[in-house]
Design a protein around this ligand. Structure first.
Ligand SMILES: C[S@@+](CC[C@H](N)C(=O)[O-])C[C@H]1O[C@@H](n2cnc3c(N)ncnc32)[C@H](O)[C@@H]1O
Length: 255
């Protein structure tokens, strides 16, 4: 798989993935039973789609967030003053044991270098009987919001390294990771969203910004291949406006 870039302009992330992840955030916060009085951690916060939901429910002072991407950490500091934001990866969280009532990771487990260690770290920083929760798009089932891009890419290059083999993207895999980490009372859920796209260009343009695996793939093609990919996507998508549904696998467990 080519290197994945999240060292990008937060606005580019918002238009590429944030437009979808904003809608998932309340669903993951509900699954994790985030409610007033708790202290929570957002792992792989990006520019703050889930952080915003946590701040809305708990207030900024009760929310901590980490991400390895420097521009995303800066964006969360600026967008959510009072949140304790740090530049760090899930595999090495800069917190003491049992600091949080709940630790959440939205659309992150698939990108962890070592998901087993990442989930174990999320568990370590969560108190006994606290909640660890995560969600990941159903890329194995082709139901992520950028799966259509990968469908077209596979038509042009059957060997393309898409996101369908990554951690957590197939049914049951998040629960398997949670179980292996020793989490208890694991519950699984599916989360879904619909986003209206007013034109093909409005759907396509964010892929050219080089964000994440699919954006990195599209932006890394030479001009001729990128134009072929764009035109194949245009043929495969319904006429605009179109409202695709996307689905994510989610799981929560107790420490
Ligand atoms: C698809 S974005 C999700 C961002 C945000 N949670 C959301 O829902 O919009 C994935 C995020 O995971 C971060 N990330 C990548 N590897 C990570 C790791 N090992 N630990 C924590 N975060 C990581 C990336 O920098 C990026 O911000």
């Amino acid at each position: 798989m080519r290197p994945v870039s999240f060292t990008v302009d937060p606005g580019a992330y918002d238009s590429y993935m944030g437009r979808y992840s904003l809608l998932l955030a309340p669903q993951l916060a509900d699954l994790a039973t985030v409610s007033a009085g708790q202290r929570v951690l957002d792992v792989g916060c990006g520019p703050g789609a889930l952080t915003a939901e946590l701040v809305k429910r708990l207030g900024a002072a009760a929310v901590s967030a980490v991400d390895p991407s420097e521009p995303f950490v800066a964006a969360v500091e600026q967008r959510h003053p009072g949140v304790d934001v740090r530049q760090a990866a899930a595999e090495q969280l800069p917190f003491e044991d049992a600091e949080f009532d709940a630790t959440l990771a939205q659309l992150v487990v698939l990108l962890m270098e070592d998901p087993t260690t990442g989930v174990a770290e999320m568990m370590r920083v969560t108190r006994k009987r606290g909640v660890v929760a995560a969600s990941v798009w159903d890329y194995a089932g082709g139901r992520g919001p950028v799966s259509m891009l990968w469908d077209a890419a596979r038509e042009l290059d059957p060997d393309v390294a898409d996101e369908s083999h990554l951690a957590g993207v197939r049914e049951g895999h998040l629960a398997e990771l949670f179980d292996a980490a020793g989490l208890e009372e694991i519950e699984e859920a599916t989360h879904s969203i619909c986003v209206e796209h007013s034109s093909f260009e409005e759907w396509w343009e964010p892929f050219t910004l080089g964000v994440g695996p699919a954006g990195g793939y599209a932006a890394g093609l030479d001009a001729k291949r990128q134009a072929e990919l764009r035109e194949l996507c245009r043929e495969m998508l319904p006429a605009a406006p179109f409202i695709p549904t996307a689905q994510a696998w989610a799981a929560r467990g107790l420490v």
